[in-house]
Design a protein around this ligand. Structure first.
Ligand SMILES: Cc1cc2nc3c(=O)[nH]c(=O)nc-3n(C[C@H](O)[C@H](O)[C@H](O)COP(=O)(O)OP(=O)(O)OC[C@H]3O[C@@H](n4cnc5c(N)ncnc54)[C@H](O)[C@@H]3O)c2cc1C
Length: 389
């Protein structure tokens, strides 16, 4: 029986473990958290639209349902030549390795003066606490922004969507509390056209969103550092803020950067379209850890993480049975995003053939809520899975 080691218990790692178990393989999943954090719905934690507990799935419950072995441990080293993975508490060998560790983040001066909605999950709760302190004071200045990674020429590791969603949701939250007019909401980003990846239609509409949700924009300004209570841009320009939420550009995961595997300049694992790591046919890299192959606007997203997991599990199985068949994820690269604002949403999609943006009123918000319900419960086999989702 071939043994698969899956590193990472996020969207891609769990999907791969489930698919490999369905094919009957022995699977061990190693995760440093005992839960899968469903990042796409975590944007509602700060505005109390969802609790922290409801934004996660207990990995032990997933283990029971799908029968993989689970180790809650931190991966420290991958030795691809010797086929050994070292964790804080042990060493593990494998026949096939799936790397699904997500990504690291670009460091900036003064990051400790910011909170992030895309990093350590608990920070989503801290953002909510800081927000409520300001609501209690009846006024405040809030800045939410994101950055890129200069080494990531593709720009695939820019995570802008959650910044927009968080700001729109904060605006809706403050409006419902009756204090929006006493708040200053600011968006900042160093690039001239943040959100460009979503396509022209979405980019053109962002301005209308900002106006509707009473958000000022500070874009195209290089960020020098974050100080307590201010964002410092080039030319000594300052943005005062009682609460700064900053999403750093994505960077290679530190364990992966030290692994000796082939990497992009930014530290993402270079693979073939089959998700096999270049030069290592028994190692697959999936989700945010992989250097995505595709059009210039390709982005690291949850649905791509699931597609890659599915493609990789299929290919590994075909490799084992020696069928010679393979699947590629590259023709499936797309952007699909329900950009939520708490009182509605925009359904954004981009493929190589077309791009679209559909404005949805409150039904859009509930569409994303329904997706969250479906995602969690279908993984636990409580409701049937829709093929292809
Ligand atoms: C706030 C937010 C909102 C988002 N919204 C959307 C959206 O609306 N639509 C969409 O498609 N995508 C969205 N995304 C992107 C999506 O969540 C990611 O692309 C997806 O989570 C990637 O899955 P992954 O498995 O590759 O990485 P992750 O989900 O990050 O999982 C990585 C896993 O590895 C584990 N890990 C890390 N280091 C170690 C270690 N050393 N040892 C052991 N385990 C380790 C982590 O605990 C984690 O469980 C959003 C992301 C964020 C942050």
């Amino acid at each position: 029986m071939q043994h698969f080691l899956v590193l990472g218990g996020g969207i891609s790692g769990v999907e791969a473990a489930i698919k490999l178990r369905k094919k009957g393989y022995q699977v061990t999943l190693i995760s440093n958290r005992d839960y899968l954090f469903v990042y796409p719905i975590s944007i509602w934690i700060p505005v109390k639209g969802i609790s922290f507990d409801n934004s996660k799935i207990d990995l032990r419950k997933l283990q029971k349902k799908h029968g993989f072995e689970l180790l809650i441990d931190s991966v420290q080293k991958i030795d691809a030549e010797q086929k050994i993975v070292t964790t804080k508490n042990g060493e593990y060998t494998y026949d096939y390795l799936f790397i699904a560790l997500g990504m690291g983040k670009v460091s900036s001066n003064g990051l400790e003066n910011t909170l992030s909605i895309c990093g350590n999950p608990e920070q989503a709760v801290s953002i909510g606490e800081e927000l409520d302190k300001l609501v209690g004071q009846g006024k405040g200045k809030i800045a939410v922004g994101f950055g890129g990674n200069p080494k990531d020429a593709k720009g695939s590791a820019v995570r802008g969507g959650p910044a927009f969603e968080l700001l729109f949701n904060i605006s809706t939250y403050l409006r419902k509390k009756g204090v929006l007019d006493n708040f200053e909401l600011n968006f900042f980003a160093p690039m001239a056209e943040p959100g460009k990846k979503m396509g022209k239609k979405a980019l053109n509409s962002l301005g209308k969103f900002f106006k509707h949700y009473k958000i000022n924009q500070y874009v195209g300004k290089k960020i020098i550092e974050f100080n307590k209570g201010e964002v410092l841009f080039e030319n000594n320009e300052k943005l005062e803020s009682d609460l700064i939420v900053y999403i750093s550009g994505g960077d290679g995961h530190p364990v992966i950067k030290a692994s000796g595997l082939p990497l992009s300049e930014a530290g993402f694992i270079r693979t073939l379209p089959t998700c096999q790591v270049e030069g290592f046919p028994e190692i697959y890299a999936i989700g945010d850890s992989a250097d995505i192959i595709g059009p210039p606007w390709a982005a690291k997203q949850g649905h791509m993480a699931e597609i890659m997991a599915d493609v990789a599990a299929y290919n590994a199985h075909q490799q084992i049975i020696g069928s010679g068949k393979t699947k590629s994820y590259v023709d499936k690269v797309s952007i699909i995003c329900i950009m939520d604002s708490g009182d509605g949403a925009a359904l954004i999609s981009r493929t190589t053939k077309k791009e679209s943006m559909i404005m949805l009123p409150i039904v859009g918000h509930w569409l994303k809520k329904t997706w969250g319900f479906y995602y969690k419960n279908s993984k636990l086999n409580r409701i049937p899975r829709i093929p292809g989702m």
